[in-house]
Ligand binder design. Structure first.
Ligand code: CMC
Length: 426
């Protein structure tokens, strides 16, 4: 899996009259890192890397990204292949277990998902006490934290069996919770999951079926939802996954750990961007001037950003954005939907991609630039967009948590450079 190349390659650091060798670690795709674990012990220095822009925090074999070439693979399989052939639950299995399930494993996993799709009835009443206008992400993180009170934590000694069950419980119940939160918010009776429906069809049915207007499941809608969930299922050490790994390293209850991941995801610079993109496109449409808006986000006096553009890792097109852009066009055409926001999005993209500010900073559309337009076309309300991201990202968080626990990771505890007052200083 991983090659320690300390014999042939190392970095030499000269500091404080000392010279130390930092071993070079090489990943399976050729990525190189200096191992600085002994730095402080040997020199008294720590490394400083604010916001961890240049620090690998773990070894991982789940997801590979090449940000310069626009490559994304789960467990070695290109994302382009997975969206063509697989169902989201199989990709979830792949991320958590390392391989796609065979027929028997797939059947057992589906059965476990079905068995765990119902929410404890006592939890249903929790929904009644949130204020009407509460953001569904806040409801979701609270509800998932509450799961810790209803179900025991994963026993780290009999982990495999417990993880299988907790994974199914989370993936299945969070879908039920998301749909319930929506139904409650519009004052309609909740719709229970059905055993005869696939994961995505079940979700759409729970969202849109009603006693007065039965929902007809549309295969095209199921297909594109499946693609969106796969595209968001993991993205290595992003902010929410790092949150999950960090909190999990203190051996916090798994449900509480996932709840923290959801809170991290809700931020507008992370998962919350999909909702902000649609709000931004609507604002541009109402004000009618793409160029003016793009000029505003370039102005450093302005904190506004072009939402759905830029990425910490991708310095070229986000491969997920490429897929979803095409799928978005095809879906809208097949469903005979005309969304003026798609035209605004295309115009914004065109202006930005020809603007030196964006070119010189390697800022391209990310996955969220188009996902909101698809969710709109599916009839999913804007305040649920980030919940959809959370639903999709669950397998990734669980896979990383499992990998971190399995590697006996020490509690995450970074250092700092103190710049406050000295003793007695006024
Ligand atoms: N609009 C305008 N300028 C931008 C943008 C943007 N969307 N993104 C980055 N920049 C500029 C930034 O101002 C900086 O300029 P300068 O060098 O002159 O100071 C330069 O580009 C580098 O930006 P950065 O802030 O150092 O980049 P980062 O890696 O810290 O931030 C990001 C990555 C995704 C937070 C950022 O690009 C951003 O805020 N994008 C908009 C929000 C968004 O779409 N988020 C979804 C990300 S994809 C889904 C997910 O993984 O959650």
């Amino acid at each position: 899996m991983m090659e320690m190349n300390s014999e042939s390659e190392f970095a030499v650091l000269k500091v404080g009259g000392k010279e130390i060798k930092l071993p070079v670690v090489v990943g399976t795709e050729g990525e190189k890192a200096f191992d600085i674990a002994q730095l402080r012990k040997e020199t008294g220095y720590v490394s400083l890397d604010q916001s961890l822009t240049n620090t690998a925090v773990c070894y991982s074999s789940i997801t590979f990204i090449d940000g310069e070439k626009g490559i994304l693979r789960y467990r070695g399989i290109p994302i382009e292949e997975l969206v063509k052939t697989e169902a989201f639950v199989k990709v979830a299995y792949l991320l958590v277990h390392g391989t796609l399930p065979d027929e028997e494993q797939g059947r057992l996993f589906s059965r476990l998902l079905n068995k765990n799709s119902l929410l404890h009835e006592d939890m249903r009443h929790f929904f009644d006490h949130f204020p009407r206008g509460a953001h569904p992400m806040h409801i979701l993180s609270t509800m998932i934290n509450a799961l810790a009170a209803f179900y025991p934590n994963v026993d780290l000694l009999s982990m495999d069996e417990d993880i299988e069950l907790s994974t199914a419980r989370l993936i299945s119940m969070v879908r039920t919770m998301a749909a319930m939160a929506y139904k409650k918010s519009i004052g309609e009776p909740v719709v229970y999951p059905r055993h005869d429906l696939s994961y995505c069809a079940n979700f759409l049915n729970m969202m849109f079926d009603s006693p007065v207007a039965p929902y007809t499941i549309c295969p095209e809608a199921v297909r594109i939802l499946n693609i969106l969930l796969i595209l968001h299922a993991d993205h290595e050490q992003n902010c929410s996954t790092t949150t999950v790994r960090t909190i999990g390293s203190a051996q916090v209850n798994l449900y509480a750990t996932i709840s923290a991941g959801i809170s991290a995801l809700s931020g507008p610079l992370h998962g919350g961007a999909n909702q902000e993109v649609v709000e931004m496109l609507r604002h541009i449409q109402e004000n009618g001037d793409v160029k003016k808006y793009v000029d505003q986000v370039k102005d450093k006096k302005n904190t506004q950003r072009l939402m759905g553009f830029g990425h910490r890792v991708y310095k070229t097109f986000d491969p997920r954005a490429k897929i979803i852009k095409k799928e978005c066009h095809d879906f809208l055409r097949k469903m005979n939907i005309s969304d003026p926001l798609l035209d605004v999005a295309l115009e914004v993209e065109d202006v930005a991609l020809h603007d030196d500010y964006f070119i010189s900073r390697h800022l391209y559309p990310n996955v969220d630039f188009y996902s909101g337009i698809v969710y709109r076309a599916l009839g999913i309300p804007e305040n649920m967009f980030t919940v959809m991201f959370a639903l999709a990202r669950l397998p990734g968080w669980i896979a990383h948590w499992k990998e971190m626990i399995g590697a006996n990771t020490k509690i995450v505890r970074p250092r700092q450079v103190y710049i406050g007052k000295r003793l007695g200083e006024k």
